[in-house]
Design a binder for this molecule. Sequence first.
Ligand SMILES: Cc1cc2nc3c(=O)[nH]c(=O)nc-3n(C[C@H](O)[C@H](O)[C@H](O)COP(=O)(O)O)c2cc1C
Length: 365
Amino acid sequence: MLVLGDNMNNIFSAITLGDYQLSNRIFMAPLTRGRAVDKGVPNALMAQYYGQRATAGLIIAEATAVAINGLGWMNAPGLFNAEQQVGWKNIADAVHEKGGRIFVQLWHMGSIVHPDFIDGELPISSSAVKQQGALTTPKGRDRGFAVPRSLNKPQIVEVIQQFVDAARRAIDAGLDGIEIHGANGFLVDQFTRDSINQRDDEYGGTIDNRLRFMMEIVEAVCAEIGSGKVGIRISPSNSVWGIKDSDPKATFLQAVSRLNDFNLAYVHILEPKPVAKNVMNADYLTPVLRERYQGNLIINGGYNKKSANEALANNEAEAIVFGTPFISNPDLVERFFINAELAQPDNTTFYTSTAKGYTDYPLLT
Ligand SMILES: Cc1cc2nc3c(=O)[nH]c(=O)nc-3n(C[C@H](O)[C@H](O)[C@H](O)COP(=O)(O)O)c2cc1C
């Protein structure tokens, strides 16, 4: 474990979140990198990549599918079979050997899974509403989405169990915990937000009904692995795939109020701060969510060393999560510590399949 000082309220101070004491508050964001090229099984290259980044206070590993029909991103990993579990064990070992801590983000992509990934079957969602946008599939680039089928009650129960099973596999693989992906328009968010959720049963309509799916997953996963090993990510103000909410403030205030019941390791908010200084942007919800949420909050979206330290000094969160800076700076923590220049990431290799642009960013020393 890299120990960089014990100053309070800065990115280098230690912090206890859930079951873990973490050596600093510079966390690595979940970053889909598309290197699990063989049936979604994490490989040695991925273990090397995460091992290189082990000085992060906490690594939140990339979005990882809980079921075959939840996996619609080329070469993204899964955690729904024994082979994938072994692959994740190798990653956990690589990070632990260097004294790091690692959670894995669990997702089901819902309607964002193109039928090309699932033998032409229709994807699932809260409602039969087609999403905007397109993704690369095994059959080509820019493949537009299908109208999904809406889940019935027994099928909802099945998906919740898939999250539980994947969380169990994560812990059995030696990972330190899991983050439920409730952000960015994937399945959980497809229940939360009213631009897509058109259900008229107990999973739709009122805010509490739309949050039911999220809360049932949180409750079931906490019961399985313990709440100190569980985090959740939300993105209250973005509208990826055209998925939005008519009143994000009310919806996400209620979400964090309900999450107060669980004593989670953390809630993770992805929401870039408005850039203009001294302008209070009414749409920037993190401050009101911070006030309402009683547990540990970690925040992400465009932070650098200076803005991260300012946010901690202002008590805006317990830790700061960095995405793209960790892609090109495996030793981001050390670079921050000595005020070294940061390497810039090459976005043409974000989702390619080899070591180039993945494990070949050099360390400073
Ligand atoms: C290549 C790439 C992959 C990403 N994959 C994920 C992901 O798997 N899960 C997720 O919640 N967000 C994902 N994101 C969003 C990042 O976690 C993060 O929110 C974003 O990069 C903003 O943080 P930053 O300004 O520090 O880079 C991804 C972003 C990038 C650039």
